[in-house]
Design a protein around this ligand. Sequence first.
Ligand code: SAH
Length: 244
Amino acid sequence: MFAATVLTLYPEMFPGPLGLSLAGRGLREERWSLETVQIRDFATDRHRSVDDTPAGGGAGMVLRADVLAAACDHVGYDRPMLAMTPRGAPLTQARVRELAAGPGVSILCGRFEGFDERLFEGRSIEPVSIGDYVLSGGEMGALVTLDACVRLIPGVMGAASSGDEESFESGILEYPQYTRPVEWEGRTIPEVLRSGDHARIAAWRKHMAETDTRLRRPDLWERHSGVRVGSPSGAQRKDWDEQT
Ligand code: SAH
């Protein structure tokens, strides 16, 4: 079973949204487990302090390496130990897939100005970021990471989550989706999707996935296609009709 442990100063934040919907049902059905560890329980002084002022000066407080390491050592390193930090490697669907296929994950959540850097030198902990913005704490990042993993566990979401056409699975965005009503505010579902012609539908979806990726995520497109968007050899926008 996929076992998750979250090391946090705010264990009350869990399972939070992961207790609802499909993730919550999976938790109740014991398809995955979630446990929290209160970092403060590993403080050693009589004030139970977990942080101190930044060396070299500056605003805020820094989480102490000794307290964090004691909490991490208590959990152990049988499973990957992640630390949430904007200084980490951006989380990807590929990493999420690896984690979901393994025994589980431990996630260390920062607060204040983050972690004493020596923690990463002294322990094997993988710094992970959920995006290029700053949160007030790592708990939201842990929830995001776990949500992404848990939906891939067999039996939690069913076949839908294993689709290799989903965004990022093939390195690009998914094609746009539509459902009834066929007409809404004068806009109709693209005719091709109503044609029943599976080959044409597949070709349209591929075209749209590629076009939208190129326009919205030139970074992904460049990696996927090897073509720099905006370079002379880069594909120009083509309408679907021109292609067929
Ligand atoms: N001073 C730090 C930010 C601290 S934010 C810096 O500039 O790098 C407080 C905590 O929120 C962090 O320790 C981390 O656990 C969490 N956090 C903030 N932004 C995050 C992000 N993009 N991804 C993952 N965790 C994040």
